[in-house]
Design a binder for this molecule. Structure first.
Ligand code: SAH
Length: 421
């Protein structure tokens, strides 16, 4: 039985020393990936296959990361010498469902209690919900009246929510504008499938599979890792420009002094550790050999069935690879160190069972398989429909459900997660 591992990491931004962070071409990147940005999003609306109605597992990942969120928010509050008038928070990869507002509620709740205990005026909140431009923001907005009502009832500070459509692999916010960045279950999605996997003549290197498998050629893993490394570095580059360099908005002179220190001293962290990120995403236990991706493996097998039934051309499947990578902790640590603008405070890993066996929910095997199939259709349906055609989606996910049922006899539907702050 396999687990999907999500990792949570809390990152602090020590300074942006020695790095010419203006040298990356995020604007060009955004334009080049415009098509991908429109395709790679979850199923919108409130229907049977919508993300809104099929994101229980991601909700449980969020619940498991609450302690890390708390630690991170308190760190932000503690390190600002004065109560800020407004805290600016971004949720990156918010999707269309209720989870994004759960995360924001949690962050506001923790900071409100922090300031209430200090008996000081509560800050206001500027909240940015980000996702790709194809995301169904309207479904998310419909949840706002209830959310605002709940905040008012709890006597929290004023809160202003807005949407920021665009890729987090590139600049999204003005320079020096964010206090806290939260991203849950989103950073395992790549900006695109690695290009090197399809030759110029159109031949696929990853024959019969749509992801890294135990017996895929070594260049497949290499290409996936390289895409992750490029994307994640661009993510860090972009955030390093956006995140508030000091919670007090220090004068340029003071900021220069801190940057000039050019090393990451404890004092610096304590004074300007408002620069926090809480990232949770799926990970692998080892580098060099990513964990078995039971979910994408089963989806690939379901697609193969359709090839055998003559419903999909073999070449079309060979050319398709999912934009998804489960990095190891070591890979992530190495990239953060190399990029140079952040240090990790804490890393934790935890497992979540897609079959919900660890959630005290009594479901039969049939119900579990349906739940998993709907969950994956909500996440991957729009991109698979884009490549293979909407008409095949019912067939595809019926096969996937049947395969999941078989797999449940021998394996667990677990995912390993990684959280860093
Ligand atoms: N955070 C939510 C949603 C997770 S699903 C939750 O915990 O339930 C992942 C989301 O990340 C999807 O909505 C997807 O569209 C978004 N996403 C993937 N790549 C992205 C990118 N490059 N920029 C912004 N959002 C992205």
């Amino acid at each position: 039985m396999k687990l999907l591992i999500n990792r949570i990491a809390v990152l602090v931004h020590p300074s942006a020393p020695n790095r010419n962070i203006g040298d990356f071409t995020s604007r060009k990147f955004v334009v080049n990936n415009m098509k991908m940005n429109q395709i790679l999003h979850m199923e919108g609306g409130e229907g049977d296959f919508s993300y809104t109605n099929n994101s229980l597992v991601q909700k449980r990942i969020l619940i498991k990361s609450k302690d890390m969120i708390e630690e991170s928010v308190k760190q932000v509050c503690k390190t600002m010498q004065e109560v800020p008038e407004c805290l600016t928070i971004a949720d990156l990869g918010c999707s269309a469902g209720p989870n994004a507002l759960e995360a924001i509620w949690e962050i506001i709740n923790i900071s409100t209690h922090f300031y209430q205990n200090k008996k000081v005026k509560l800050p206001e909140y500027n909240i940015f919900l980000n996702d790709l431009i194809g995301n169904d923001f309207n479904t998310l907005f419909k949840l706002l009246p209830k959310f605002y009502k709940k905040l008012k009832k709890a006597n929290f500070g004023n809160c202003f929510v807005s949407a920021t459509p665009g890729s987090f692999y590139g600049r999204l916010f003005p320079t020096n504008s964010l206090h806290l960045v939260h991203a849950s279950s989103s950073l395992h999605f790549l900006s695109k499938a690695p290009e090197g996997l399809v030759s110029k003549s159109g031949k696929g290197a990853n024959k019969g599979a749509i992801c890294i498998t135990n017996n895929c050629p070594p260049n497949v893993h290499k290409a996936y890792y390289q895409q992750f490394a490029d994307d994640f570095t661009l993510f860090l580059d972009s955030r390093s420009e956006e995140i508030v360099a000091n919670g007090q908005m220090v004068s340029q002179e003071k900021k220069m002094h801190l940057v000039d220190m050019n090393s990451l001293s404890i004092l610096f962290q304590a004074k300007s550790g408002v620069l926090q990120m809480v990232l949770t995403f799926r990970c692998s236990t080892r580098s060099h050999q990513p964990d078995f991706l039971w979910d994408f493996h089963l989806l690939g097998t379901a697609l193969l069935y359709l090839v055998h039934q003559g419903k999909i051309e073999e070449e079309k499947l060979d050319k398709y690879n999912v934009p998804f990578y489960t990095a190891s902790i070591e890979e992530v640590e190495r990239l953060i160190e190399k990029q140079g603008c952040f240090v990790i405070n804490k890393v934790e890993t935890f497992k979540v069972d897609w079959g919900l066996r660890d959630a005290d929910m009594k479901m039969t095997v049939d119900e579990t398989a349906k739940h998993v199939s709907h969950g994956y259709r909500a996440v991957t349906g729009p991109w698979l429909a884009n490549h293979f055609g909407t008409a095949l989606m019912d067939d595809l996910f019926n096969h996937f459900e049947a395969l999941t049922k078989q797999y449940l006899q021998v394996g667990k539907l677990e995912i390993l997660n990684f959280i860093m702050i």
